[in-house]
Design a protein around this ligand. Structure first.
Ligand code: SF4
Ligand code: MSK
Length: 660
């Protein structure tokens, strides 16, 4: 632990450390970063300040795929050297990129497959604690993959759906079920390019094989398999995860929810669930409402039990049930510094190992619950879907004992932001079209008539290499100001919720056209759709917009763009690449693992678009990012012949103002 200098309250390494308000725009996180330093506790912001990123790795100009290396190439003169085996910079970068896609896709598809396992056992009556909650969704998903539902009972439909969706993972040859949801022309392009995915297991396995030393050594061919694998995530594993979660736990509809560290309560037993799979969280929701446990909490002197989410399972539970949310990825250590968290239960993905040390410093109980994710120093209490409450009840019991024996002073930043979350693509359909004529027609019409300039999906992580939350907020403000409707998921949704943009009142920050639509419908200009796996909801919304008509024939024709301005995970690369392969211009911030002016760079940033797919973009500056996305949206409007309509709308508006 670093030495403290008592008079300033700062530790001796401070010279290298960022001012907390330069590290984050989240006031709660900044306050807790200050407190952590006073307490002599190190969190990721400070680790990032003191550990410089490796410049060769940042450019992806190194390879360690065999023991003839590791080989380092020269990013400044990329064609001056090759690896010992002769691998060029393009092969090395494409292989590294492909392995990020493979890893990210594995995370989502393994999550989806776990959800499908639970669904099968629920349907077979082996898990009495969960049920099919959303029968309408069950039937809709079954119909969407071609299952005839007339005359069949719920169990029959569910069993058939399980069998069909299992192919998403295991299918050796042929197209996976959700290809039926892909707009015709997009699917034709994929068939032409040979990138229609088979089962995710096969695609990921083949991608790992191809990127082994001495196998695929053509960056274009590696990228094709990259696209196929990423599509098996977005239109496969991730989509199954979202759809099955909705079927089991309910499809989200808009709900008011509180976000930020002020949702912690000093006089209550505070339990945080952090991770990605909803099963643990759903069971915890049952446990914290168990009368005997509530009584036990009261007997320990608490006013009750306060269940709070973080990161993506938090975003999912907030969207589905309005559970309060304490913050995104970069606040998960900081929240423990409050001293108010009695227990944090984690499952999989984006769980920093650093949590264990911080939890130990503040006496918080950290529980790992999934067999895939143990952390040295954390207590492992394995969660079994067949007896879920055994684990979650035990976590609540231990949390109560920690409350009773709290030793740390409590310091909770008293900041809460209330917003509206839970815009599933089904609800967008209903909201815009009304209950009797639910459709995307009004959205398409408002895009065609120019009130809405286009649609942007702003998603992804937060990252201590850049000012936390800043790029998300600035980018989204710039987009809505320019009449671009924003759809959000994951940690980005939490950044914007903390900035107060997930409220109908935020429409005053929108341009005149978007504001008019938001005010007419009573919706925020920024629609929160759930966790990072729920990016599949954005894909479905995009497909619906194409199928509705008037905005081209493929996703690549839409006046739409995507961004992950503060990305950090391999999952984000897989998500980015499935959006690109689906036809979306996708811009990343922070850094991009590639050397510019190489053939691989040209392929990702230009060549894929010429093949009828989308393309990658990069800028660390949110204003520039917005400019790039808006220019792309305007280019698409022009190609669709609807650019004049927007000019007309803006001229009408000027007239109306003049005569007002
Ligand atoms: Fe070097 Fe080639 Fe081995 Fe990579 S595969 S470490 S480039 S020799
Ligand atoms: S949790 S992948 S930091 S969005 Fe889904 Fe957030 Fe990114 Fe993890």
């Amino acid at each position: 632990m670093p030495d403290k200098t008592k008079d300033t309250g700062k530790d001796k390494t401070d010279k290298k450390l960022l001012d907390p308000r330069d590290a984050t725009i989240c006031e709660s996180t900044a306050q807790m970063l200050e407190k952590a330093r006073r307490d002599g506790v190190e969190i990721a912001f400070d680790r990032a300040s003191t550990m410089k990123a490796c410049p060769i790795g940042a450019d992806s100009a190194c390879c360690k795929h065999c023991s003839m290396g590791p080989c380092r190439l020269n990013a400044k003169d990329p064609y001056s050297k090759v690896g010992v085996c002769g691998a060029t910079i393009d092969t090395i970068m494409a292989r590294n990129f492909a392995r990020m896609v493979a890893s990210g896709a594995s995370a989502h598809t393994d999550h989806g497959m776990s959800m499908l396992d639970v669904f099968r056992d629920v349907v077979d009556g082996k898990i009495p604690d969960y049920q099919v909650k959303d029968v309408i969704k069950l039937e809709a998903v079954a119909r969407s993959v071609g299952i005839e539902i007339e005359g069949k009972d719920q169990k029959e439909i569910a069993k058939e759906l399980y069998k069909e969706l299992e192919r998403t993972y295991t299918q050796v040859d042929g197209e996976i079920p959700f290809m039926k949801r892909v707009p015709k022309k997009t699917l034709e392009t994929w068939r032409k390019q040979g990138i229609v995915p088979r089962g995710a297991m096969r695609e990921i396995m083949e991608l790992m094989h191809r990127t082994h030393m001495g196998v695929d050594q053509h960056y274009e061919n590696i990228t094709r398999q990259c696209s196929r694998t990423a599509l098996s995530d977005g239109w496969g594993g991730s989509m199954v995860a979202t759809e099955i979660s909705d079927i089991l736990y309910g499809t989200p509809v808009p709900v008011a929810a509180d976000v930020n560290m002020g949702v912690l309560k000093e006089n209550m037993v505070n339990i945080i669930v952090h991770g990605h799979e909803p099963n643990l969280f759903e069971s915890m929701l049952e446990s914290v409402n168990e009368p005997t446990l509530v009584e036990a909490a009261k007997a320990a002197g608490a006013d009750g039990i306060n269940l709070v989410g973080m990161c993506c399972s938090g975003a999912e539970m907030m969207s589905r049930h309005g559970i309060p949310h304490a913050g995104n990825f970069m606040s998960t250590e900081a929240v423990l510094v409050t001293g108010a968290v009695d227990a944090m239960a984690v499952d999989v993905q984006c769980i920093k190992q650093g949590l264990a040390k911080v939890a130990e410093c503040y006496g918080t109980y950290l529980f790992t619950t999934n067999p895939r994710c143990h952390i040295e120093g954390a207590q492992h209490l394995e969660f079994h879907e067949h007896s879920p409450k055994e684990t979650t009840d035990e976590i609540v019991i231990q949390s109560i004992s920690r409350f009773k024996n709290r030793k740390m002073p409590i310091d909770i930043p008293q900041i809460i932001n209330t917003g509206i979350h839970g815009f599933s693509h089904e609800y967008i359909n209903y909201m815009l079209g009304g209950s009797f004529r639910g459709s995307y027609t009004p959205l398409n019409e408002n895009i065609i008539n120019g009130r809405i300039r286009g649609v942007a999906g702003i998603v992804g992580c937060t990252n201590p290499r850049v000012k936390h939350d800043y790029a998300h907020v600035e980018l989204v403000k710039e987009l809505i100001k320019n009449d671009v409707l924003v759809l959000q998921t994951g940690c980005s949704q939490i950044s914007l919720a903390k900035a107060g943009l997930l409220t109908p009142e935020a429409s005053h920050l929108a341009g005149p056209g978007l504001r008019e639509v938001c005010e007419a419908v009573g919706m925020p200009p920024v629609l929160g759709m759930g966790s990072c796996v729920d990016n599949s909801r954005i894909l479905i919304a995009a497909a619906e917009m194409v199928n509705e008509g008037g905005l081209g024939e493929s996703i690549a024709d839409l006046p739409a763009a995507g961004a992950a301005p503060e990305w950090m995970s391999e999952k984000a690369i897989s998500i980015g690449h499935y959006f690109v392969a689906s036809g979306v211009y996708t811009v990343f911030g922070v850094t991009f693992p590639i050397v510019e002016e190489t053939k691989f760079h040209e392929l990702l940033f230009n060549g894929l678009e010429q093949q009828g797919l989308g393309k990658w973009g990069f800028s660390p500056d949110p204003k520039e990012m917005a400019r790039m996305m808006i220019a792309h949206i305007d280019k698409k409007r022009k190609e669709l012949g609807i650019d004049k309509a927007r000019e007309g709308f803006l001229m009408d508006l000027a007239d109306r103002r003049e005569f007002a």
